[in-house]
Design a protein around this ligand. Sequence first.
Ligand SMILES: C[S@@+](CC[C@H](N)C(=O)[O-])C[C@H]1O[C@@H](n2cnc3c(N)ncnc32)[C@H](O)[C@@H]1O
Length: 216
Amino acid sequence: MKDYVKVNKKVYDRVAEQYERKSAIFKRDYNAIMKPFQERLTKKFGKGASVICVGCGTGRDMRSFANKGFDLYGIDVSRNMAKIAERNVPEAKIMVGDFLTKRFSRKFDGVSMTAFVHLFPKRDERLIIKKVASILVPGGYCIMTTAMHSKPKEGYAQKRRYRNVSAKRFRRFWTTDEFVNSVKNVEGLELVDFYLKKTTKKWRETWMILTFRKIR
Ligand SMILES: C[S@@+](CC[C@H](N)C(=O)[O-])C[C@H]1O[C@@H](n2cnc3c(N)ncnc32)[C@H](O)[C@@H]1O
């Protein structure tokens, strides 16, 4: 496991309960973000299409997939985040492990990877996208999100908005061009959708939401 993954694993283990409470405010936003993606998957693969949530956290997005009858999987490196996800989405099959090193014995129709890529340095961007491509069936879709930033930056920094915990984790700030190009630069993938969405006033961020397809 890479050093920054070890650090992030510890941080998410520590903040899991707080994360669960905070992420609830985005439930409605993320239900709306997932709806067209879920419709796309159902149209292409039928009801019960298989989906894996990568960095599933405490299961906010998985709940929305489970409500719609998807065959649902999740993976998270933090045991404490995964435990809460199991509580929230008992029907999902959740694995605890590092996505980058995990060997998957099957492929999926869809991958959902929300608020995940910014936990990796730029130098590993291709590793993540290629790993996603390797677990998608041909024609399968991936949705990914991260916050928009005007200048790229990365390093260890205290996770904001968390009280009474030391939570220094690895974080990368992505620009729009970088985010879109991360997919465009990989052969066999096609960008199918990209848009921006403002978060609640309280958080004052803009999210980038990107969907790509594995062509073959
Ligand atoms: C910011 S949270 C996002 C959780 C969820 N997708 C959401 O949007 O609420 C990122 C999650 O990715 C997990 N994570 C970080 N690195 C990982 C890795 N290498 N493999 C699997 N999960 C990882 C963390 O433990 C954390 O639960």
